[in-house]
Design a protein. Structure first.
Length: 179
């Protein structure tokens, strides 16, 4: 049985223009969801178009990132991420590339910034319109709104509209769409 990790069950998506949504709290496949610890990350991310992404090797972190058996995403305890995740289908994913860095807000647990993978480009962790974000409860972050539209339906709708619409959550927790 897989562990649940400490990523929000609702605020769990990052976006890549080339590969789509990256789910940091997958529920299928018997894998461990992504989890943030004081000095490293572990677990799996699911991306429909490329499969699972592993956040660290099986020995646990912190990781040296010096060879093919000692790799993973490190956390400096202050919210700054570095190191590499691995995907069997797209290769290494750098959480601290030269033009950006993935960070976690220590006040709210909200991920921000960009990771880079040579074969797929940028993975973006936070956006306001359309709204998406990855949030960990490690720093006390939590999901505040649960949409009533099924998650799969919202994803299909967003894909069909080409992400052109602006999505807003109203106080009654219903999805609304405006131009």
């Amino acid at each position: 049985m897989a562990a649940t990790g400490n990523i929000s069950t609702t605020d769990k998506y990052a976006w890549s223009e080339n590969t789509g949504w990256h789910n940091f709290h997958p529920t299928g496949g018997g894998v461990t969801a992504a989890e943030v610890f004081e000095t490293y990350l572990t677990g799996f991310v699911w991306a429909e178009n490329i499969g699972y992404i592993k956040l660290g090797n099986d020995s646990g972190g912190p990781y040296n990132n010096t060879n093919s058996s000692d790799w993973g995403v490190n956390h400096d305890g202050s919210g700054n991420l570095s190191g590499y995740a691995w995907s069997e289908n797209v290769g290494w994913i750098n959480f601290n590339p030269s033009d950006s860095q993935v960070t976690i807000g220590t006040a709210d647990g909200s991920f921000d910034g960009y990771a880079w993978a040579e074969n797929i480009g940028w993975i973006h962790f936070k956006n306001t319109s359309p709204a998406y974000n990855v949030v960990t409860t490690y720093f006390g972050g939590s999901a505040t709104v649960i949409p009533t539209m099924p998650e799969w339906a919202m994803i299909i709708f967003m894909m069909l509209t080409g992400m052109m619409a602006v999505y807003k959550l109203k106080r009654n927790q219903q999805w609304s769409i405006s131009s």
